[in-house]
Write a protein that binds this ligand. Structure first.
Ligand code: ADP
Length: 179
């Protein structure tokens, strides 16, 4: 599914983010930047040990929730990996939505700063961090769409969704944004 926003596109695909050919791949990291399971484990496995060494060297204190840091792409087909830290879902009462929005916004700003035109996001926080996927999809897509209306740097934001249920949630939300 592809939708035009301003001069750029939002694309939804079902698949594995580690094989995407884009300028930057976003990782759903933890605040310690310590590596983990899920998409984080898959990215480190595919990228090789170089990006973990870079994380430890450049960001020994980790990364606050709602923010993101930059490394090279290691062995991936991308120039950079942005390691974004989404919130752990605790019921919605502790500003999770603002933190999730901020994680996406910071990645989009970093993409502009590093002159990236194409970017791939996973569904941040909706795995081990248990953020309800319908709510997360709305924040992710709205935040990206707002940015694309005014950005002349970005050409493509691709959401790479790992399972049919997650893909379906994002597709439903994106459809409602077209009306
Ligand atoms: P978080 O801790 O932020 O919740 P997870 O990695 O547990 O991060 O899950 C985030 C999303 O990434 C989930 O929908 C999960 O199914 C998905 N995911 C796992 N592996 C991959 C992959 N290789 N490519 C894209 N998405 C993936």
């Amino acid at each position: 599914m592809i939708v035009q926003f301003g001069s750029a596109r939002i694309e939804l695909v079902l698949g594995d983010i580690t094989v995407q050919r884009v300028d930057v791949i976003v990782n759903a990291a933890n605040a310690q930047l310590a590596g983990g399971g899920g998409v984080d484990g898959a990215i480190h496995l595919a990228a090789g040990p170089e990006i973990m060494e870079e994380l430890q060297r450049r960001y020994p204190d980790g990364c606050p929730t709602g923010s993101a840091v930059v490394t090279s792409g290691g062995n991936l087909h991308s120039r950079y990996v942005f390691h974004a830290v989404g919130p752990i879902w605790q019921g919605g009462g502790i500003k999770e939505s603002g933190l999730l929005e901020s994680a996406y916004q910071i990645c989009l700003s970093l993409a502009e700063k590093h002159t990236c035109r194409t970017l791939a996001f996973p569904s941040i926080s909706t795995g081990v961090y248990r953020y309800p996927v319908d709510l997360a999809a709305e924040i992710a897509l709205r935040t990206v769409a707002v940015k694309l209306e005014t950005s002349d740097q970005l050409d493509l934001v691709r959401f790479v969704l790992f399972d049919q249920g997650t893909f379906g949630s994002y597709a439903r939300v994106l459809e409602t944004m077209l009306i």
